[in-house]
Design a binder for this molecule. Structure first.
Ligand code: C2E
Ligand code: CA
Ligand code: CA
Length: 454
């Protein structure tokens, strides 16, 4: 803070930039502190205590032993809040009012953590039955009053954290505990109250470890791309490679990339990791002289929605002096159907430069076959679950055959994944599928190994 003179009077000036505005100017220092605390510890919209207050409350030693924290998140908040401010105001009033009506209300505190997410702290912990009863009663009455007052029906996602020494010991941020509980609760779509228990705690600690290792691994560039050949059955030649991520770290070399990609996404490390993947893969592509061979890169929905994705890919392509057509990207149906405007911009931008789009794991997602026509896609990759079931399941065989026929009728090219036997390969060929990938031909291998052999 600084003291400045205005009209011969000394003002203590506290600089606090908030939403690009300089907020506070006052003669009175304690007034400034009060204002500042208001901003730090209260939700601007509702004036209710916010996450910082909650963290402070939970961490104060007298509260560590006994309180329990009930989280409730409004599932359809986006539809509700975007409509108007009055609705939002009424919602918050109803939530406050309902709590005031509850028995032993002095035993309870209400927090507003973020849009649509509230927490009630019960100071003296209840037993399990009392907790669930309180939650059911509170939310049911809240729902009824909201329906009556603003004629909207609300759905809630609920989690409970019983706060004690044990919960707060391992250096885990309360915020991460909250996220974990809510993530699980979201998976149950609000049909179950999720308690933060030992299993969740063990999972969370494991994720935190992987997260820390990922940060180090990204910094030290411990990631390499293995390549799995894709064969053209008509010419018996390798025409493409799929780049698959491997973590060159003895702890993780055998861990499926899915495990740590999920964590990289949760902790927002996926963007940096994705950029490394692009750098490594384009470097490998530059080492393959055959101009007709393409390497495909897997891109998760989060990466695809990142504003800088297309530019990064295109700049690495030009840095390595390769044709854009040497690179393809694999995305899932979910990516496409839930694509944000940024994701679509990215797709259109790279596709217009000649980078093909491969629809991965086809048949497992939304399977909105009819929509295929409208999607900016060049290839589909039939998921390996169809291929592996073909032999013992006539229906899967028929589905596979019709997927191939459908794709061809829409002028899309087809790759079959996970081909492990000669029988599968022959059958797919007879169905008109020329492009095959799977252990029958080759596992994913490091670049050096592949090109030593060939
Ligand atoms: P995916 O894109 O469907 O990749 C194919 C997976 O199937 C690979 O597993 C591959 O090793 C495996 N596979 C290939 N042929 C066969 C076969 O004949 N039989 C069987 N049983 N499996 C086969 P991997 O490498 O463990 O990768 C798992 C998933 O991790 C990938 O599934 C993809 O979703 C993700 N992933 C891998 N690398 C990357 C990456 O660089 N970026 C992103 N975002 N995701 C990646
Ligand atoms: Ca893939
Ligand atoms: Ca796949």
């Amino acid at each position: 803070e600084v003291s400045i003179q205005i009209n011969n009077k000394s003002y203590i000036f506290k600089k606090l930039i908030y939403h690009n505005k300089l907020l506070l100017l006052s003669e009175n220092y304690s007034e400034i502190i009060m204002e500042q605390n208001k901003i730090i510890y209260n939700n601007r919209q509702s004036n209710l205590p916010n996450y910082n207050s909650l963290e402070k409350y939970v961490n104060s030693s007298s509260n560590k032993q006994k309180s329990s924290l009930i989280l409730f998140s409004i599932k359809n908040i986006k539809d509700i809040i975007t409509t108007n401010n009055i609705t939002n105001y009424k919602l918050i009033m109803a939530i406050k009012k309902q709590l005031n009506k509850s028995a032993n209300k002095d035993d309870k505190l209400l927090f507003h953590l973020k849009r649509g997410l509230f927490a009630i702290v019960i100071k003296n912990r209840h037993i399990y039955e009392e907790q669930t009863k309180f939650i059911d009663d509170y939310l049911n009455e809240l729902k009824a009053s909201l329906l009556k007052d603003i004629n909207l029906s609300f759905e809630f996602i609920v989690g409970v954290i019983n706060v004690d020494q044990n919960v707060l010991s391992e250096n885990i941020l309360l915020k991460n505990i909250i996220d974990t509980v809510l993530n699980v609760a979201y998976k149950y779509d609000g049909n179950k109250i999720i308690f933060y228990d030992n299993k969740l705690k063990v999972d969370l600690i494991a994720s935190e470890t992987i997260k820390k290792d990922l940060e180090k691994g990204i910094k030290n560039k411990e990631f390499v791309m293995y390549l799995q050949p894709i064969y053209n059955l008509d010419t018996n030649k390798v025409v493409k490679y799929e780049a698959l991520l491997r973590w060159n770290n003895e702890k993780y070399i055998n861990t499926s990339p899915l495990t740590y990609i999920k964590i990289a996404e949760e902790y927002k490390l996926i963007y940096e990791l994705g950029f490394l993947i692009i750098e490594e893969t384009t470097k490998l592509a530059a080492k393959i002289n055959d101009k007709d061979v393409t390497i495909t890169i897997n891109v998760s929905p989060k990466e695809l929605g990142n504003l800088g994705f297309a530019n990064k890919l295109l700049s690495e392509i030009s840095k390595n002096n390769i044709l854009p057509s040497k690179i393809g990207i694999e995305i899932t149906e979910t990516s496409l159907i839930e694509a944000t405007p940024n994701a679509l911009d990215n797709i259109n931008k790279i596709r217009s430069k000649g980078i093909n789009i491969y629809l991965d794991d086809f048949g497992t997602g939304y399977s909105s076959l009819i929509n295929l026509r409208d999607f900016p896609v060049d290839y589909i990759k039939i998921d390996r679950s169809f291929v592996s079931n073909m032999e013992c399941n006539v229906i899967d065989e028929k589905i596979t055959a019709s997927l191939i026929a459908l794709a061809h009728s829409l002028n899309l090219k087809v790759i079959a994944e996970g081909v492990e036997t000669k029988e599968q390969s022959d059958k797919l060929k007879s169905m008109g599928c020329q492009l095959i990938q799977g252990y029958y031909f080759s596992k994913p291998l490091p670049f050096e190994e592949l090109f030593k052999k060939n």
